[in-house]
Design a protein around this ligand. Structure first.
Ligand code: SAM
Length: 243
């Protein structure tokens, strides 16, 4: 009997529905926006409560996923993403300095696989498509295919003395205020908080973060709302929020 090639048999176990309707605005790492939610629904072949038995005892888990929105052409000679480059410009270095792709968490890599440690809020077993994992602290766009999940093991995965290279600590946050024309009082408190935390994490491209352009407007899609804001110094003003 021929062996099965584990490389060519990898396929997603499910899909993540998230609060972020497009890539722009998605936090750059998990946990930066605690309110950012996701719901993992399994493909029918893996929709089996037995496969999750024991997971409820863990507070966090690793998601291993595909950067499916990279939209890059395949290089036929290497069979990998044609546009990956050995050097990338991480936002943490202002978008100017380059480092090696394997020293980065860039989505643009030879194999477009990502990993995020997220919080397991609950497991829904009542939905017709159950089990569904309710997650928070996510950094993924809606529809991201999930390749695997694994429980986060504090004794092995939490390394308090680890050294963080060019990103030793979490990035600075913006202060967020609402323009009265955005009518934030009409939004549910949880959505208001999600929007504020997302904008506070400063999704602007790195090369624009140091430049003063207070008249410039940015936009992103959160829970179906089109959010527009501008930034002056370290203060972001949310200008509008339309469904
Ligand atoms: N924590 C993961 C990692 O380190 O592998 C992801 C880090 S990556 C820097 C996070 C960014 O990837 C997000 O800010 C968003 O712009 C982008 N992104 C999220 N989901 C994506 C997807 N499904 N396809 C392509 N890009 C995605």
């Amino acid at each position: 009997m021929a062996d099965i090639d584990p490389i060519t048999t990898i396929s997603p176990i499910g899909k993540l529905r998230t609060c972020y309707g497009e890539k722009f605005g998605v936090p750059r790492q998990p946990g930066l926006v605690e309110e950012a939610w996701g719901e993992l629904t399994f493909e029918p072949a893996y929709r089996n409560a037995d496969a999750l038995r024991g997971l409820e005892g863990f507070s966090h888990l690793w998601l291993i996923f595909l950067f499916h929105q990279n939209h890059v052409a395949k290089n036929p000679s290497t069979n990998s993403a044609a546009t990956w480059k050995p050097l990338v410009r991480p936002p943490r270095l202002g978008g100017n300095d380059k480092i090696g792709v394997f020293a980065s968490r860039s989505p643009f890599r030879p194999n477009p696989l990502g990993m995020s440690c997220v919080k397991l809020e609950s497991i829904d077993i009542t939905h017709p498509d159950s089990p569904i994992l309710k997650l928070s602290g996510i950094d993924l766009v809606d529809g991201t295919p999930i390749i695997d999940i694994k429980p986060y093991l504090p004794y092995a995965d939490a390394l308090p003395h680890a050294v963080g290279g060019f990103a030793p600590e979490a990035p600075a946050k913006l202060r967020v205020i609402w323009d009265e024309r955005a009518h934030s009082e009409n939004l549910p408190a949880s959505l208001r908080q999600l929007i504020e935390s997302t904008i506070a994490a400063d999704p602007r491209p790195a090369y624009q973060q140091g430049n003063q352009a207070p008249e410039r407007e940015y936009g992103c899609l959160i829970e179906g709302y089109n959010i527009r804001w501008s930034v002056d110094g370290d203060v972001a003003t949310i200008l509008s929020c339309n469904c």
